[in-house]
Design a protein around this ligand. Structure first.
Ligand code: SME
Length: 180
């Protein structure tokens, strides 16, 4: 299969998310493997959002439900999935950090200053703001999209709603074998 995904030429954030929606729909055409799709979507978001906004986005990727932990301890936890950026912490329990809180509360978290978020997990000391959007399949959180930025207030409602659309497309279009 050949990928034919036109790069975004957007210069505004709103245009970027419009392009991203189409690009993600293109990525999942004929490909249902979640690892493959999340890897490509991490790249689209990381490079595209940096190019479109000029903001120092330093991490874009996914954490997914860790079935091995859930079955051995009964506690739900996330494990690092495909991403772009520097290496990150690998395991996050539901309720911990921004990712675990978004997962436990099943809602998007827009954090203007991570240093003011109780329990924030600092994987990269360069990060100052963060947005986390849950992936919800049949009412159950099966992962999160996580973006970090080096400046405070790096993300806004446009990011939150654009990423929520991407989350819905991915949840429906991927085969989540190994995750659920
Ligand atoms: N800061 C996150 C941890 C993941 S990294 O940002 C990639 C958190 O508090 O959950």
């Amino acid at each position: 299969m050949t990928l034919n995904i036109p790069p975004s030429t957007a210069s505004t954030k709103a245009d970027f998310y419009q392009d991203l929606e189409l690009q993600v729909q293109g990525i999942v055409q004929g490909q249902r493997n979640w690892i493959t799709n999340l890897a490509n979507v991490s790249s689209l978001i990381y490079h595209g959002l940096r190019d479109a906004t000029g903001k120092p986005i330093n991490w874009a990727g996914f954490y997914v439900l860790d079935q091995s932990v859930a079955s051995s301890t009964n506690k739900e936890a996330l494990i690092l999935g495909p991403f772009q950026g520097r290496i990150a912490c690998t395991n996050i329990e539901f309720g911990r950090g921004v990712c675990g809180t978004a997962a436990a509360e099943k809602r998007t978290l827009l954090v203007k200053d991570v240093h003011e978020f109780p329990g924030h997990i600092a994987c990269d000391s360069a990060s100052n703001s963060e947005v986390v959007v849950p992936l919800v399949l049949d009412g159950r959180v099966i992962g999160v999209i996580d973006l970090d930025c080096e400046v405070t207030e790096g993300f806004d409602e446009t990011d939150a709603s654009g990423l929520e659309t991407v989350a819905k497309i991915l949840v429906a279009a991927c085969d989540w074998r190994g995750v659920v």
